[in-house]
Design a protein around this ligand. Structure first.
Ligand SMILES: *Cc1c(COP(=O)(O)O)cnc(C)c1O
Length: 432
């Protein structure tokens, strides 16, 4: 089999390392856990990424989730092009922001009001501050292996890059901050009840990824989310769904719609910006009214609600709302990929687990079901880096870590899925 040439990526990586820590602006991009040269991308169209050496790949990391309609989605390109002629920022209110807020409130269950920010990190940080301000309490509960961005409060057993790099507790986070973060186990209501009982009356909020996506994909077990809702309601704790990954992906209304459970606050990111830097948090009017300038909880942003970012996200959200059949198509394609991989892996004799929900899927090379942080960590072995490199060499770009979810886009065709399964078969042949 031919090895693809990454000559130019290699050169660029050397150059980049001199001026950027690790040569990247976000850690997992450096390929630390899968080895080899990070692939420098030049452009993308639909489901196809083109790198700086001219190699083409089917895209399954999807910019980590935002590009659900595929790259360079023509209506978005046209809308952005038109809008930027009228300048890229004002720092004053625009009509576009109302349209965006109205659409988000219409699509997302329980969302009376929303505030735009610039990233998922910012959304989660702000939601926690608001929860603390609203309840007058300091402590929060999070789940091991869940990732809520790089805010200090969350860098305690965090998923995603922190987990990939084995940095679950980051230096620079003060012990005072860490003390206010209580850790529970995903899919384990007993661990939540125990923490709540030991900290009665002191917990502002419980934040959870309704489908964990930053330690691979881990769907909630039957009754888990409802259990969290019940505990929070009974104890006066705000339930925060971090839907940065699941929002607009699992359904037009995200995991809340899919599971029929309404949180008190919801954090969004990724799809909401269509690839532009956008995050948002919102929920009940009574809580959101505490945000400045109506309330005392301060939160601001020079570029928040930026017109180019808004038109990009709005174009994508409108398309998703208008054609919910997109979600059925995505689900069918993901199921086909799942079944195909399952058959090939069973034949291979390798230990494996495939988790899937909607258009989120992940492969862990371990024998036991992956339901939480500990079981996911068992899949962090030599199999994944090898598989990743083989898939890359066969023209399929997976997220470069055993702890990341693969995302399908509507631009992937049945032929692409078949091509992907051929790559899986060829890759597995090199493994034993
Ligand atoms: C990606 C992600 C974040 C952080 O969003 P950024 O835009 O990278 O800051 C937060 N929560 C979840 C669940 C995520 O997947």
């Amino acid at each position: 089999m031919k090895n693809i040439s990454l000559e130019r990526s290699k050169k660029l990586f050397q150059q980049a390392q001199k001026v950027m820590p690790g040569g990247v602006n976000s850690p997992v991009r450096a390929f630390t856990s899968v080895g080899g040269t990070p692939v420098f991308i030049r452009k993308a169209k639909g489901a196809i990424l083109t790198d700086e050496d001219g190699n083409e790949y089917l895209d399954y990391f999807n910019s980590w989730g935002p590009m659900i309609l595929g790259h360079a989605y023509p209506p978005m390109v046209a809308a952005v092009r038109e809008r930027i002629e009228d300048s890229s920022s004002f720092g004053a209110p625009t009509e576009l922001e109302i349209e965006m807020a109205e659409l988000v409130c219409e699509m997302v269950p329980g969302m009376d009001m929303v505030r735009m920010v610039n990233s998922g990190t910012e959304a989660c940080m702000s939601a926690i501050r608001l929860a603390r301000g609203y309840t007058g309490k300091d402590k929060i509960v999070k789940f091991a292996g869940n990732y809520h961005g790089h805010g200090d409060t969350f860098l305690i057993k965090a998923g995603s890059g922190a987990l990939t790099l084995g940095l679950p507790n980051s230096p620079g986070v003060t012990s005072g901050t860490a003390q206010n973060t209580l850790l529970a186990n995903f899919n384990d209501l007993a661990s939540v009840r125990e923490i709540v009982a030991a900290n009665r009356g002191e917990i502002a909020a419980l934040i959870v990824e309704p489908v964990a996506g930053n330690m691979g994909c881990i769907p909630p077990q039957e009754g888990f989310l409802q259990g969290l809702r019940d505990i929070c309601t009974a104890e006066g704790i705000l339930l925060i769904f971090d839907e940065v990954m699941t929002g607009f992906r699992l359904a037009p209304g995200g995991a809340q719609e899919r599971f029929g459970i309404t949180a008190d606050l919801v954090c969004m990111g990724k799809i909401i910006g269509g690839g532009m830097p956008v995050g948002a948090y919102g929920g009940k009017r009574e809580i959101m009214s505490q945000v400045a300038p109506t309330g005392p909880v301060y939160q601001a942003g020079t570029l928040s609600g930026n017109p180019i970012a808004m038109i990009s996200g709005l174009t994508q959200l409108k398309a998703l709302k208008k054609d919910p059949a997109i979600y059925d198509r995505l689900e069918q394609k993901t199921e086909r990929l799942h079944e195909g991989m399952d058959a090939l892996l069973r034949k291979s004799g390798l230990p494996y687990q495939i988790n899937r929900i909607g258009s989120m899927i992940s492969l862990h090379f371990c024998p036991d079901p992956v339901v939480d942080y500990e079981s996911a960590a068992q899949g962090n072995n030599d199999y994944f880096p090898h598989f990743f490199q083989q898939m890359l060499n066969h023209g399929v770009f997976l997220p470069p870590s055993a702890f990341e979810t693969w995302f399908l886009s509507d631009a992937l065709t049945d032929a692409h899925i078949a091509q992907t399964l051929e790559a899986v078969a060829a890759s597995l042949e090199t493994m034993d």
